[in-house]
Write a protein that binds this ligand. Sequence first.
Ligand code: 5RP
Length: 230
Amino acid sequence: MDARALKIEAARAALGHVADGMRLGIGTGSTAEEFVRLLAEKVAAGMNIVGVPTSERTAALCRELGVPLSTLDETPGLDLTIDGADEVDGQLALIKGGGGALLREKIVAAASARMIVIADESKLVDVLGRFPLPIEVNRFGLRATRLAIARAADAAGLSGPLTLRMTNGEPFVTDGGHFIIDASFGRIPDPRALSNGLHAVPGVVEHGLFLGLADAAIIAGADGIRTVHA
Ligand code: 5RP
């Protein structure tokens, strides 16, 4: 099975956790988009749900496919969020933000009673950090923030290149109007220590370590689906 087929299988399994009347957080990325396509079929067949999208990109796809949308201002409490991830470890610590939506993704996940991650097996790791950690930063004071991030990482025993994410020769801008620094620290044995350190940097808006947010991960592999529980 190719990677897309695995993403579809994970998304299909997650759909089994969606019930009529639910208020859903809807993630961002290619796996989440497969979920949106399957969800739209259910909606067309009469399922009554409302979704809060985690990005403008997901919102656009939902509108195109007829998935009813709300906002966290209208619907501040959600039943379930389904989202992809860049990395998942066995304790359900995640790296997210490869698609640049980490801030809204974290706000939506935190507003949800449950979060289920959907991914193909390539995302499952023993220790987080192979995928560069996305860190969303305020545009103001970028150089100072970058130095402060390096100091926070050093205090957590980590170091590595801090790369400003670019697209078409310009800095990538998030839906919130911020920049992203991709931090290649390598293995992150203590994600909580790094998370605390990064949160103490004033220019850091949010980072892509999702700790204690996911309740389950549905992982699709060549041998089928398996679910990792918290
Ligand atoms: C976007 C994300 C995505 O969930 C993550 O990048 C995984 O994307 P994909 O399903 O395309 O591999 O965090 O900010």
